[in-house]
Design a protein around this ligand. Structure first.
Ligand SMILES: Cc1cc2nc3c(=O)[nH]c(=O)nc-3n(C[C@H](O)[C@H](O)[C@H](O)COP(=O)(O)OP(=O)(O)OC[C@H]3O[C@@H](n4cnc5c(N)ncnc54)[C@H](O)[C@@H]3O)c2cc1C
Length: 217
């Protein structure tokens, strides 16, 4: 049976980061990811602040950064606008997550794609003391024996469901579009004086960009 100190469920940014830091500390780490690929599909605006990256003790390579930005302007469906002035990046999030997992593997973790956790069992010794977990699922490495589990399965909440833990989380369904190749202008504030909007697909692109720009102001 495969065995490790720490099993991480999910290879999103949470799982990649947890796996990396635990491996850096010398733990034997396995990261299991249900999907066949890390970071796909992207379900995120891909923005992250310098502060968050600092707190994670990461040094981002340039290929995972799509844009350096001064802040973000968020426009809510009711028209409310908020300017967050913290400096940061727009990421190529799939590349960021892949890089994070590669770093974790470089630090000694193992990554197992197409491995979905479907059950978690606590094991106790003859004195009724917890000794370890047996984690089962779909994928050749299962079952896996481990001392500790980090559930980084995101909104799926794998452990919460499998262990029947009470939760009051409300999940709101939504859509995210990733546009193909067409002319774009910077979506984030690229300077205090010249603020521009995100791309606006269609025939009359420039006009539409300018219109959105004016609305954002
Ligand atoms: C539309 C949208 C825009 C967003 N914009 C931003 C933004 O601009 N900036 C920002 O910082 N955040 C943003 N977020 C939030 C950000 O995407 C999440 O906070 C982040 O992805 C959470 O990371 P995670 O690793 O915890 O979970 P996830 O990224 O959800 O990763 C969980 C992983 O676990 C895997 N998994 C699930 N169940 C199992 C299982 N049983 N066994 C094995 N693997 C499993 C999944 O396949 C997935 O790969 C946005 C989110 C949305 C929806």
């Amino acid at each position: 049976m495969a065995a490790c100190d720490l099993l991480v469920i999910g290879a999103g940014p949470g799982g990649g980061s947890a796996g990396l830091h635990a491996a850096r500390l010398g733990l034997k780490v396995m990261i299991v990811e249900a999907d066949p690929e890390v970071g796909v599909p992207v379900h995120c605006g891909e923005c992250i602040s310098h502060l968050a990256i600092e707190n994670l003790n990461l040094e981002l390579p340039e290929h995972v950064i799509a844009l350096h930005c001064e802040g973000i302007r968020v426009i809510f469906p009711d028209g409310t606008k908020k300017l967050l002035s913290e400096k940061g990046y727009v990421l190529e999030k799939h590349l960021f997550e892949t890089w994070l997992c590669d770093e974790a593997v470089g630090a000694g973790a193992s990554l197992h794609l197409s491995h979905r956790v479907t059950s978690m069992e606590r094991i106790y010794n003859s004195e009724n003391q917890f000794t370890n977990w047996i984690i089962d699922g779909r994928g050749i490495e299962f079952p896996i024996e481990c001392k500790t589990v980090i559930d980084a399965s995101g909104v799926a909440g794998a452990a919460t469901k499998l262990l029947d833990m009470p939760t009051e989380v409300e999940v709101i369904a939504g859509f995210q579009y990733e546009a193909g190749v067409f002319a774009t202008r910077l979506c984030l504030d690229d300077s205090e004086k010249r603020r521009q909007s995100k791309c606006w697909p269609g025939d009359d692109r420039q006009k539409r960009c300018d219109k959105i720009s004016r609305q954002i102001h």
